[in-house]
Design a binder for this molecule. Sequence first.
Ligand code: COA
Length: 254
Amino acid sequence: MSEILIDSTDGVMTVTINRVAKKNSFTQAMYAAFADALEQAKADSTVRVAVVQGDITVFSAGNDIADFLNNPTPGLNGPVLRFIRELVTFPKPLLAAVCGPAVGIGTTMLFHCDLVYAGDNAAFVMPFVNLGVCPEAGSSLLVPQMMGYHRAAEALLLGEPFMAEAALEVGLVNRIVPPTEANGLAQAQARKLAAKPLSSLMETKRLMKKGQMQQVLDVIDDEAQSFGRMMGEPAAREAFGAFMEKRKPDFSKV
Ligand code: COA
């Protein structure tokens, strides 16, 4: 079965991350499939709203770490960057339903969603430093902006997880519900949006995002340059290797 499932019903395109055995971590192929879905939805007048959801136990464990090891130089035109750019520039309303761990891109993609509904088991973590890399998807700009610098430093420098309540408090999440209700709530809200005039929704989103769109895209490229370089360096190789070998990384020599 596909690891990115797409369903379009009643004007709502739902993207389900479907690789639960590997905690919904993203391979290059999954980024490409998600990017394709967003690109097509943008042009498809029958799609008015998009929703992304994972499993009730896990939203996404972020980038597949084996992929990180195998593709240490992804470049600026690879599927990850294509996915991030499609996400950031997606012109129609984009909702997320998040349950369980949301790691790395699992959290950073939410900064580009318009509405986020979380199960009370949602846990957000951006462990880029712990992996010997740096923030991505505009998070170095957007996390401090949304959370305040010091909370951002806890999340990005220490890589400390934060739970649904903290995400609600800073405004990353709109509402917390029992995990069994998160997907249903996102769908209900998406259907409300799908019944509204699409031109007004798109123009409103464009105007809300316009002030910082170019800055966000520039930051994403800047982050990607650093991330790509750092992936091949000793700290990241040690961190990725340690994850695959199920041991603690040793950064004493890097
Ligand atoms: N890349 C590749 N494989 C991953 C993965 C990832 N990001 N996250 C989990 N997996 C795999 C594990 O290796 C394991 O595979 P195995 O069954 O073949 O041994 C399987 O998914 C289950 O993961 P496990 O760690 O046992 O599940 P858990 O419930 O104890 O913990 C997480 C779940 C998400 C908290 C934990 O898997 C995790 O921290 N993953 C890494 C997240 C990360 O650093 N991502 C990169 C972000 S940039």
